[in-house]
Design a protein around this ligand. Sequence first.
Ligand SMILES: [Zn+2]
Length: 131
Amino acid sequence: MAKKKAPEEVHEAVELHSKMFRDLMLGFVRVHVLHHASIEAIYGSGISAELEHHGYKLSWGTLYPLLHNLTAEGFLEREDHVVNGKVRKYYTITPLGRRALKEARLKALELVNEVVHEGDAEILEKRLTSG
Ligand SMILES: [Zn+2]
């Protein structure tokens, strides 16, 4: 019989090997990005830190194409500003992006309503505060 894997090992294997899981996480990241861009203009390193706070560690090779694609698809609008002598790309949400965000929020609410159980809020709180 194969040795039973520790939960962390299994989690890592899922993260590394499952395209389904990766696609799902990237979908969540897109919603996060749209949400923050609906509040204020966002930029690469700022949104990267915000996502990390939520437990998503994205490489630039993933984050920049994601921002580029959201822009190309018309959900975000890019504006370049010079900050400390360097060009920084800022992104804000478009009316189409707002519509997509509204739809995604409703879908997320419906999903949470169905999959979240009693006591889950405490589990989440513990995970977020334990660093
Ligand atoms: Zn966030």
